[in-house]
Design a protein around this ligand. Structure first.
Ligand code: C2O
Ligand code: CU
Ligand code: CU
Length: 475
């Protein structure tokens, strides 16, 4: 579809939506934002927090609160947020930092706050067991202990994760290390190094967030008709004519995106969930499932005075308008070698574990059982490499996320050659097409604790909340 038709149709459809006649069928129709917001609001850039240094510890203070956010020009939408009105600030950490993130819960209900991708002790993980009651605080305190990457934080309360994230609770964690600081990459936050959370939402006739999945939507995904980027509908960003880095997070509940640019130009992926890739990988489309991150670099040096749209090819909808309005003030040139990745060594007698994903009628399982708070499903020995084989036995998409450590993808459907180049970095979340099987190389390298579990689960949040999650301890 031409861009002009797309706008016309979406304006028309939005009028319907705002007048309350919009249907919520989750098809590929282009019903989207309100006419008042069509590329008129700048992309919000979350505040960057470096923490307050006290006695060698970097302190972050975050307040989880009810708020009101302006998705639409003339209406306020009730949200949950961290510090602000939607989403939360970006935490900037350095490897080896001692940090303490203090979360205060000012909601009327219990929540938790998990550091997705963070390599931390189980009691600092912020999973379903580290509950924060209303008016109470909880601190995640640990030493940062991993390579440079883009992680994120979000709630993880049993049965409530999907709703809490949908209401707006999520934020970026950026980790830098000696290596990332040396690389000639765009690193001016908000200028040429842009955090970008992609989400889809449903709004009701009063412009309020509508989270009401049916059983069918729990199974097939709760898809929204309005695309938002950093909490804004159809925003724009003014950029310099140079290389621009986006740290992209699929922060949606259950939508898988094929991210790219409307002119189908190529760009380079430089990082996956937990590390840089060894070298940049050239792509025109990037598949991202919920919870996955990718850092990309796009070269805009020849695009002065042009506009380009970042879009989802899967549903043919745009997230963001890039307006190249400024001359470059600094040059960067993409390095060919980004990092060295080490593969856990595989002993001849390597242990295999199998995780089967299945379910029906709104109840989802791993290895035939749904998540139970008091059941430890797996006991994993420390410092031993294992192969985790994850089998999607269903006709719908899933993904699989493991807390505590990163993994590498060895095979898709039995073949190493099915693993895409851009999936060869350190990962913590892997996509599974219907009926697909993946083999992961996994190793728990730290934090033995036979009592406090970590989680593994599908990161389609409706699936997670419907039971597709399990617990493991590191012994
Ligand atoms: Cu993003 Cu178990 O989480
Ligand atoms: Cu996680
Ligand atoms: Cu799933």
């Amino acid at each position: 579809m031409q861009r002009r038709e797309f706008i016309a149709l979406s304006v028309w459809a939005s009028a319907l939506l705002l007048s309350g006649c919009g249907s919520n069928s989750n098809g590929n129709d282009t019903k989207t934002s309100s006419p008042q917001t069509e590329n008129t609001s700048p992309l919000p850039i979350p505040q960057l927090l470096k923490g307050k240094l006290e006695n060698g510890v970097r302190h972050f203070d975050l307040t989880i609160q009810k708020s009101k956010h302006s998705f639409f020009r003339d209406t306020k939408t009730d949200t949950f947020a961290i510090n602000g009105t939607y989403l939360g600030p970006t935490l900037l950490l350095n490897n080896d930092d001692e940090i303490s993130i203090n979360y205060t819960n000012n909601l009327d209900e219990i929540t938790t706050m998990h550091g997705h991708g963070m390599h931390v002790p189980a009691i600092m993980d912020g999973g379903p067991h580290q509950k924060i009651k209303p008016t109470m605080s909880w601190s995640a305190r640990y030493k940062v202990n991993q390579k440079a990457c883009t992680n994120w934080y979000h709630p993880h309360l049993m049965g409530k994760t999907a709703e809490h994230v949908y209401m707006g609770l999520a934020g970026f964690i950026i980790i830098e290390d000696e290596e990332s600081k040396q690389l000639d990459l765009p690193k001016r936050y908000g200028i040429d190094d842009i955090p970008l959370v992609l989400q889809d939402r449903r709004f009701d006739a009063n412009a309020q967030i509508d989270y009401s999945p049916t059983m069918r939507e729990i199974m097939h995904g709760y898809h929204g008709d309005t695309y938002i980027a950093n909490g804004a509908i159809d925003p724009f960003i003014e950029l310099e004519a140079k290389e621009i880095r986006f740290r992209i997070l699929n922060g949606s509940n259950s939508s898988v995106y094929e991210v790219g640019f409307d002119d189908e130009r190529s760009f380079f992926q430089i990082a996956s969930d937990n590390s840089f890739l060894a070298s940049p990988v050239e792509l025109t489309k990037l598949r991202l499932s919920p919870g996955e991150r990718a850092e990309i670099v796009i070269d805009l040096s020849m695009d002065k005075d042009k506009s380009i749209f970042l879009k989802d090819f899967k549903n043919n909808k745009t997230f963001l308008k890039l307006m190249v309005t400024k001359d470059s003030t600094i040059k960067t040139s993409l390095p060919q070698n980004l990092t060295t990745l080490t593969k856990f060594d595989q002993p001849a007698n390597i242990k295999n574990r199998t995780f089967t994903l299945s379910g029906m009628r709104g109840v989802l399982t791993i290895n035939g059982v749904s998540m139970a708070m008091d059941v430890i499903n797996e006991r994993v020995p420390i410092d031993q490499t294992e192969i985790w084989e994850v089998k999607n036995l269903m006709n719908i998409e899933h993904n699989f996320h493991i807390h505590a450590t990163h993994f590498m993808i060895l095979e898709r459907n039995g073949l190493e050659s099915n693993v895409a180049k851009n999936e060869k970095g350190y990962k913590d979340t892997v996509y599974l097409a219907p009926n697909e099987t993946v083999k992961l190389l996994v190793r728990m390298v730290d934090y033995r604790d036979k009592d406090n579990p970590y989680m593994y689960h599908c990161h389609f949040l409706e699936h997670e909340d419907a039971g597709m999650m399990g617990q493991f301890v590191v012994e």
